[in-house]
Structures are given as C-alpha cells and as structure tokens.
Design a protein around this ligand. Structure first.
Ligand code: PPS
Length: 316
C-alpha cells in the first residue's frame, strides 16, 4: 500500500460538498514541522481530514471482508501482494487497476467508498488505522491480518519516505525524525500503541498476527499460514511460487507493486525515491547513533517488557 494516498480523484470523490482538489491539506505546527492533520489527538497524513475520518468511522463493512492492517512501513504492500497471489481478487466491473490505489487490494483510507462497494466479495483491503478506528462488525465474519515490523527499521523506512512525500513538505534530519517517532508525533501516532493494541487481540479467532522478520526468514511457511487463515490450502509448490512472485526483487520490478505509476503525484519532483527501497532487516544499523540506540532501547523496554511481544533486529 502506498500510504501517502493521493489519488486525487478518489479523495475528491469522497468529499461531500467542497472540493479538496488543489487545496493544501494539513498544517505544520511549532512542534511538528511536516504537514499533518489530527483526529482525536492522533497525528495523521495531511489528506486525512476530519470529514474523511468521520466517513471512515461509518464505513459499511461486508461479511467476508479481509483487512490487512499494519503500522506504516511494515510491508503492507508485501502482504497485499501475497493476498493477490493466493486469493486472486479482481477489480469491480468498469474499474481498472489504475483507478483505485492498491488495485485489487485497495487502500481503505484512500479509496472512494462507492468504488469499495463495487468490489466482489470477499473484499481484501489494506489500512494503517489503529485498532480503535479499524472497521468492525460483530454480526459479520470479518478477518484481520496484522503485520508488525521491528520499530528500528520502521523508523528508518518512515524517515526516508516522509522526506520525499511532496504533501508533507518536510526534509528534516534523522535526529529530528527520531524525536517525532519516539513521541508518537508521526502519521498514525505511536508505533508502540499501534502494535500493542493489536497484539492484545492476537488470539482473537479472526486475527492473524504476523511479523515482518518471520516472513523474511520463512516466507513459504508464513504464506501457507496466511492461506489457511483465508480458507485456502496451498501445496508446498504453490506456496513457493507465491513466495517467488512476492519476493522483494519481483515486487520491485512489478508496476502494480512498485507504485512508480503514482510517483509524480506523490513524491517531490526532484526525488528518485524507490518505494521498494531496501526490504531488509537491520538497516537501522546505518542510522542510529550509539546514544540514539540507548535512548530508543529504553523506550522499547518500557513499552514492550512484560507484553510478550519482541522482535529480532537482525537476521542471518
Ligand atoms: S506504506 O507506505 O506504509 O504502505 O509502506 P509498506 O508497504 O507498509 O512498507 C514499505 C516497506 O516494506 C518493504 N517491503 C518489502 N520488504 C521485503 N520483501 C518484500 N517483498 C517487500 N515489499 C515491501 C519496503 O521495501 C519498505 O521497507 P524499506 O525498509 O523502506 O525498504
């Protein structure tokens, strides 16, 4: 999923009376120097206006819906592609992959609800919304796949991404960004709140809680688990095929997953940013100073100790 979801026609169509098209979204403040919006105290991407958030709160769920949920930069796009390869979701009649951000696995926050209503069941959608704001309906059979990634690499990935997003209009330093991240003053709020709220629901029957580092280490095993959760039974050979189609290099070369088609709408003009940036575990080692890491580890311990949730920060 491309978080800075700026497929303008979609956002525009969702707007009830006023046109958002062409308007500068969000604001900068003394404390937060990138453009952002806020909803009930939560920092969000600038296009997520109060109007849009209120619409999202009333999102009409449908029996069979599958929501892929992640904090930003936790490989939403990877999960979406795995789902495409397993479930083979299709576009609604009359819409092409180019019409809706995410195509066959659309992004909930960015999409036009009329478009989402037209998707055949079961719908598969991606979102970065925190637990409290993710659509729910106890009368329906809704499934959630949550993918968590270690926060050091999430911070690094988010830093690089936010610096190139045109609408955020920010090119601050890593040091400045890490300050925001540790305070939770980044789009979608505190990383720790996000993962821990979902972790608390990891044993719910309709929740599959995964980790990026596990997927990296054993893609075939976890792809098989995802398939089972969705009601498919994959042979080892099929799971291996999915794993290959969804490898970092395959996705980097695939126009449906590298988001290059949106680059002029999303990135700063001068940027040669690649959405499929590095796709590794451990890039944090190229960014954190000794002091930053010590401070970060303190925060990590204060939030994670005793929760049972932990991450690998390097893998072989
Ligand atoms: S977004 O914008 O928040 O929706 O981005 P998201 O898709 O969640 O996360 C992008 C990061 O996921 C990495 N990625 C992958 N890593 C390994 N294998 C595969 N197949 C894969 N697909 C996406 C992507 O490279 C981004 O991480 P970084 O560290 O920046 O490279």
């Amino acid at each position: 999923m491309m978080t800075q979801a700026l497929v303008k026609t979609e956002i525009n169509l969702e707007s009830k009376n006023e046109t958002i098209h062409g308007k500068v979204w969000g604001q900068k403040t003394e404390e937060i120097k990138f453009r952002h919006s806020r909803f009930n105290g939560l920092v969000l991407l600038p296009y997520m206006t109060e109007e849009r958030m209120n619409l999202l709160a009333e999102f009409p769920t449908r029996d069979g819906d599958v929501y892929v949920v992640t904090y930003m930069k936790s490989a939403t796009t990877w999960l979406a592609q795995i789902i495409r390869e397993i479930a083979k979701p299709t576009m609604p009649e009359g819409l092409t992959e180019e019409d809706v951000l995410g195509g066959t696995v659309p992004c909930l926050e960015a999409a036009n609800f009329q478009h989402l209503a037209a998707y055949p069941s079961p719908r598969h959608m991606v979102t970065h919304l925190p637990y409290s704001l993710t659509p729910k309906n106890s009368q329906q059979n809704l499934k959630y796949i949550y993918n968590a990634r270690n926060p050091r690499d999430v911070a690094v990935s988010m830093f690089h991404y936010m610096r190139v997003l045109e609408k955020l209009d920010w090119d601050g330093t890593w040091d400045e960004f890490l300050g925001y991240f540790m305070k939770g003053d980044v789009p979608y709020g505190s990383y720790f709140d996000h993962v821990l709220e979902w972790w608390a629901h990891r044993n719910d029957e309709n929740v599959l809680f995964l980790k990026y580092e596990d997927l990296k280490k054993a893609p075939v095993e976890y792809i098989t688990k995802i398939a089972e959760f969705l009601g498919y039974s994959l042979s080892r050979q099929e799971a291996e095929r999915v794993s290959e189609e969804c490898s970092f290099s395959a996705m980097k070369a695939n126009k449906n997953t590298n988001y290059d088609r949106y680059r002029h709408q999303i990135y700063k003009k001068e940027s040669d940013f690649n959405f499929m940036r590095k796709g590794i575990v451990g890039d944090w080692q190229n960014h954190f100073s000794h002091e930053q890491l010590a401070e970060f580890n303190q925060l990590y311990a204060s939030r994670m100790n005793g929760t049972g949730l932990d991450f690998e920060f390097t893998i072989q």
